[in-house]
Each structure stands twice: as C-alpha cells, then as structure tokens.
Design a protein around this ligand. Sequence first.
Ligand SMILES: N[C@@H](CCC(=O)N[C@@H](CS)C(=O)NCC(=O)O)C(=O)O
Length: 381
Amino acid sequence: MSWCLANPLPSVIRPSPRMSLNNNNSKFNPSALLNSVTKLLWGQSLPPGLLVATVRTAWNSTWQLMMSQLAPSDSGGAYSRPASKFRLSHTLSPDGLHLYVGLACPWAHRTLIVRALKGLEDAVPVSVASPGLDGSWEFRRGNTDGIGPSLDKANGCRTLKEVYRLRRGGYDGRSTVPLLWDKASKDVVCNESYDIIHFFNSGLNSVAGNPGLDLSPPQLKDQIEEWYQLIYPNVNNGVYRCGFAQSQEAYDRAVNDLFSTLDMLEDHLASSRYLCGDTLTLVDICLFTTLIRFDIAYNVLFKCTKKKLCEYTNLHAYMRDIYQIPKVAATCNFAEIMDGYYKILFPLNPGSIRPTMPSTSEHQNLCRPHGREPLSLTLIK
Ligand SMILES: N[C@@H](CCC(=O)N[C@@H](CS)C(=O)NCC(=O)O)C(=O)O
C-alpha cells in the first residue's frame, strides 16, 4: 500500500505490469479468468447469495491481512504510526541540502510551504516523487510548471528507496517523504516533517530570501507546542486513525477525537485569526495541510464523515486565508492529492475510482474572500 502506511505492498501481492488491470496489452486478465471459472461452475451467473458470501469472506480475510501488515495497529485495532527514524537535533551547514517530497503527502506539504514562505527555493532544491502502483515513491519526469512530479535531481535515483539506501550504513526501513538529504555527506539528514519545518524556519536564515519571517517566535513557542500536542494526535494523525482503524471501536474513538477537536477549533477561530492570535505560526501550517485535504480525501476515503470541512464556517475561512497567502496555493496540487489517495491506497479503495472534486475545494472557491482581516490587528509580513 502506499505512503502513510508502514511498508509498500509485499512483492507477492504487488501487481506486476503484465497483471495490471489497466494494461490493455496484458495477456493475463484476472477478471476474464474469474468470469470463465464461474461460468464453467455455475453457468451464466453465480447465485447472488453465494457470490456475496464467498467474496465477503475472501475479501475480509485479505483486507485484515493487508491492513495488519501495512498499517500497524495496537491490539484494539487502532492505527499506530511508526516513529520517524532520522530526527534533527543539531545545526547543519546550509550548503548542499536537498529536499525530497511527494505532493499528496500532508507531512511533506508542510515542508514545501515553509520552504516557500521563507524563500528557500534556491537554497534547498526539491525533487518531487510520485507514488508507484505498489505505493512506494518513485521519480518520473513531470510535465507541469512550478512544483510538479520530477526526476531525482540530487542523486539520479529511480526510487526513494534507492536514495535512502545510498546513505552511509545503508537502510532498510520505511522510505518516507519528506526527506532532507545532505549532498556533501551523502546522508539522510532528517525524515521528520516537524523537525524540518523548525529547521527551515530558523536554521537557514543566512541563505533565506525572507529571513525576517519567524513562524515560531520565542514568545509563542509554548503556545505553538500546546496546540501541536492537540492537533497532531487528533487531527493530523487523527484522520489516519479514522481511515486505518481496524475495528469499529478504534474508528469510533478516532472520529470522536477528530470532530470534537474540529468543533473546538471552530469556536477558537471565531475570535482568533490564527491559532496563536494575529501571528501565522508553524502550527497553522501543520493544521492547514490536513484541512486542505479534508473534503477531497479524508471525508470520503477515511470515513471522516460527521461533517465536511466546508460546513465549518470559521475553519473553512481560516483555510482559505492561509491558501491565499502568496506562494501557498502553488504548493497545493489537488490532482496529485486525489490520485495519491484514491488510486494508491488500494485496500481502502480497491476499484481505484477517483471521485469528483467537490466545488467548495476548487481553486476559484478557495480564492473567494475569507473576511478574516478584522480579527487581526497586524498583517503578516
Ligand atoms: N512522521 C513523518 C510521517 C511521514 C510519512 O508517513 N510519509 C508518508 C507519506 S504521507 C510516506 O512517505 N510513506 C511511505 C511508506 O510508509 O512507505 C513526518 O511527519 O515526516
């Protein structure tokens, strides 16, 4: 399965190019084979009761097997996200850094936004990976201007796994984005988005185009941390806890945590322009990358169904406010996000059909006035 789960599909259940249902030239067509077998056994049509019962049993067991291997969970069926392996605890030289991202990924999206707001585009070049059919990240030539899928511009690798393996000492764990790479030492510097955004905010001011912007000012650090301790488990990871829950109880808990937090944020944002008052901070960026995916992916695919984000007046306006900050919209690639979720998270959407984009999430709609200026005494720089 894809990004955001533990491991890509094991090769035994990974469709080979010849087996792919999308491959018109394929010689092996599994659905035609299945059709022939059922016709042989039962004539023109299988009795519906038998068909459903058989497929239900087979699918349930396969689904449980896939989910238990791909999305680690506790004994109660609650998703438990593996910790990032490479954390950043020291300062780094600004030379030779390279960022790897995937555009569907909310964690990588944080790093792209902070990179853009701080003016680090020249100092930290980026390679954009795309999810392959087995969910692991690979590099393909893109055809978009701006930030779009690309080849690996730092190491010329074909897959992100190959990049991780280039590091001294090798690597055989999860190959996740975002990944900050150091060309000089040929090593992974960090693969935890929260560390990377803090570093981009304050560690590269000597090479930043916008060094005056501080998204984590000293007087707000404690508040930022308090908000993050609430938002990370209940919203950022909360949507994944809903989508990857493997029991009804785990899902119910996750969905309650998610929506009670969104309700609370909705109240808070009625009188506060950003989470920490008038100042845009890192924790707003962290919340934004989940909100912008909410109605187009999580509401449907992850069963975050109690409400759509567009039903929350303040949260939706807050999201539009951030979307309209110069350079932010250019980091949001809705086609990549929708493909990334609906086409790649196979166990949650086996038919791979990508639903229509809700109109409230379209660019023109996100550009309509948010009306939040009066809440703020000072404007962002
Ligand atoms: N805690 C990490 C999470 C990163 C993460 O889970 N990235 C996903 C994409 S959304 C990924 O690359 N998954 C690939 C895999 O699990 O093999 C962070 O915040 O940077």
